[in-house]
Design a binder for this molecule. Structure first.
Ligand code: NAD
Ligand code: IPM
Ligand code: MN
Length: 369
């Protein structure tokens, strides 16, 4: 039986609430005897700062490096608004991404048929939607240097973030996008701002070259990122794979999340280069944050977190069948009319986080016979 080491970093706010449902599902898989997850847990974000004065410790980083996959809940919240910038909860997440080399962030936005009326857009605009946003995750304005605030001679303050990309960073994310497109509808949109940014020009040139050299069978369209944002709400079904930089990808993926009905539905996978062992470092997390407004109430939607676990089954553990099962279980509870508050519709049954998780396990159980 295959054994995998899973590190859970539940984090802050609703993070631990939705991570409980991952434990429930992982324990269920352990009981089936098909696979065995060794589950380890550690702190990240505000809770780690409270305990250790750091948003993630070196020891937790070592465990994350050694794990077969990391599951992250969410970090942050108003409680830590006043902590020093480099110790803020989000810095823990950014260190994980950077130090594990997780450059490729896959953010699928799928509109489940049962939720086509939960979106703020019309049913016909979102029904059947299946987009994959490929966000570059370890470069751009998030990590470029200098990144600082300086006080000028006249007493003003000047803040600098640096948008920087090398051609190799662009090339490797472009390859991820083209490879994914080949397994989907063979269409890539590359979004940048070549009209105002030097990084946009380079992005455009490198993506064009990679396309010509290795992927001319895939249809490539270049699109300005602001137009892409508009087109996503105008007619999202024109897209298959969207490849874009770190900052544009952050915004476009929140926007895409709402096409699916709720931020509580959108999973993500963050993948690194293949190691000598053949294994890729990987972290899986929902796109949403710690949702301070609903934390502690037991009402958060665990589907984004559980769909992230399905991505872990697929991408890190090569358990495609189990991933399909979990995704079918999610579809099935939605078809049964179960809804957390964020996706609530008239005539449906409102459930809390753990009821939703239990129903998903029951739907797994039903498939296992
Ligand atoms: P958020 O995603 O936490 O919440 C935005 C809105 O969506 C809120 O109204 C929230 O209640 C709702 N929502 C989010 N997830 C939900 C779920 N699973 N079920 C039901 N409703 C859900 O974004 P925010 O409020 O801008 O940020 C709050 C904190 O989270 C900030 O500190 C931010 O930095 C952090 N954050 C962390 C991550 C992460 O850890 N990956 C991602 C985004 C934001
Ligand atoms: C996300 C989040 C993070 C980001 C924050 C919390 C650092 O918004 O994962 O989308 O901006 O990347
Ligand atoms: Mn974001």
């Amino acid at each position: 039986m295959a054994t995998f080491n899973l590190l859970l970093l539940p984090g802050d706010g609703i993070g631990p609430e939705v991570m409980n449902e991952v434990k429930r599902v992982a324990f269920w898989f352990n009981e089936t005897g098909v696979v065995s997850f060794n589950i380890d847990e550690d702190l990240v974000g505000g809770c780690a700062y409270d305990e250790y004065g750091e948003p993630i410790t070196d020891a937790a980083m070592q465990r994350a490096t050694a794990a077969d996959a990391v599951m992250l809940g969410a970090v942050g919240g108003p409680k830590w608004d006043g902590v020093p910038y480099d110790k803020r909860p989000e810095a823990g997440l950014l260190r994980l991404r950077r130090d594990l080399g997780l450059f490729a962030n896959l953010r699928p936005a799928i509109c489940y048929p049962a939720l086509a009326d939960s979106s703020s857009l019309k049913r016909e605009v979102v029904e059947g939607l299946d987009i994959m946003i490929v966000r570059e995750l370890t470069g751009g304005a998030y990590f470029g240097e200098p990144k600082e605030v300086v006080t000028l001679e006249d007493g003003q303050q000047r803040a600098v973030d640096t948008q920087v990309y090398t051609s190799s960073e662009i090339e490797r994310i472009a390859r991820v996008a083209f490879d994914l497109a080949r397994k989907r509808r063979n269409l890539v949109h590359s979004a940048e701002k070549r009209n105002v940014m030097r990084t946009g020009v380079l992005w455009n040139e490198v993506v064009t070259r990679v396309h010509q050299d290795s992927y001319s069978d895939v249809e490539l369209t270049h699109i300005l990122a602001d137009n892409c944002a508009m087109q996503l709400v105008r007619w999202p079904k024109q897209f298959d794979v969207i490849v874009t930089d770190n900052l544009f990808g952050d915004m476009l993926s929140d926007e895409a999340a709402m096409l699916t009905g709720s931020l509580g539905m959108l999973p993500s996978a963050s993948l690194g280069e293949a190691q000598a062992s053949g294994r890729k470092r990987a972290m899986y997390e929902p796109v949403h944050g710690s949702a301070p407004d609903i934390a502690g109430k037991g009402i958060a939607n665990p589907i984004a977190m559980l769909a992230s676990f399905a991505m872990a089954l697929r991408y890190s553990f090569d358990l495609a069948e189990e991933a399909d099962m979990l995704e079918r279980a999610i579809t099935s509870v939605l078809d049964q009319g179960l809804r957390t508050g964020d996706i609530m519709q008239e005539g449906m049954s409102r459930v809390g986080t753990d009821e939703m998780g239990k129903a998903i396990v029951a739907a797994l159980e039903a498939q296992a016979g």
